[in-house]
Design a protein around this ligand. Structure first.
Ligand SMILES: C[S@@+](CC[C@H](N)C(=O)[O-])C[C@H]1O[C@@H](n2cnc3c(N)ncnc32)[C@H](O)[C@@H]1O
Length: 206
């Protein structure tokens, strides 16, 4: 696993994570999960589930597999899952890069603020897109560096600080997207925090 440094960080962050992020972040997570619930297909994979902020919002009909490479974060997610026994969730200790699953098993793959913390986001996203069932969906909730303007410069400047804290400060969306994917921005079209919905075509492009 190339996640040892990340695990070291989240060993400390696990204690303060919810309190630090909940005030602005929880409504976005709720919105993302509502979008998942509204689509057909019951098999959901959440990569980098963290403390499990999203778990309470899943429709009980969805069968959620949620993975994270940090045990302290996962421990908190287990507590949240226990508080919501109506939600069907299987929590597993695994890195997104190593998680073994058969192609087409999931109709939905969710990355909530986790794509920008992995070592090679484009590669990971492509791998999950490739294994997604045709017609399936990927949902990203993340900050995305705007195409222009002062925030773009700021994200560049903050790159070293981001590296230290374990996330990619400079994180534009367009290089991450597969050319045949249908992309909908569900929240904050030009905003910094966006919910991005990517749908795989039902049949491969000619
Ligand atoms: C910023 S937190 C987001 C947690 C949660 N999804 C949320 O929205 O609150 C990033 C999470 O991704 C996990 N993570 C980092 N690298 C990972 C990887 N390669 N595979 C799986 N999880 C990873 C971390 O342990 C952490 O729990």
């Amino acid at each position: 696993m190339s996640t040892q440094l990340s695990n070291f960080r989240y060993f400390f962050l696990a204690r303060i994570y919810d309190a630090a992020l909940l005030w602005f972040y929880q409504p976005l997570v709720r919105r993302l999960v509502a979008a998942v619930n509204a689509e057909a297909g019951d098999n959901v994979l959440e990569v980098g589930v963290g403390t499990g902020i999203s778990l309470a919002y899943y429709d009980p009909r969805k069968q959620v597999t949620a993975i994270d490479c940090s045990l302290p974060m996962l421990q908190r997610a287990r507590k949240k899952a226990a508080e919501h026994p109506e939600v069907q969730v299987d929590l597993q200790h695994a890195a997104g890069e190593d998680f073994q699953h058969e192609a087409g098993r999931f109709e939905h793959v969710v990355f909530c603020n986790s794509l920008s913390v992995v070592e090679n986001p484009g590669q990971l996203l492509n791998a999950y897109y490739a294994s997604l069932r045709p017609g399936g969906h990927i949902y990203l909730l993340n900050h995305f560096t705007p195409e222009r303007g002062p925030l773009r410069q700021l994200d560049r400047l903050l790159t070293p600080a981001g590296k230290l804290l374990g996330f990619k400060s400079f994180f534009p969306l367009s290089p991450l997207l597969a050319p045949d994917a249908t992309v909908k921005i569900r929240h904050g079209r030009a905003g910094y925090w966006r919910i991005v919905h990517i749908q795989k075509p039902l049949s491969p492009p000619c």
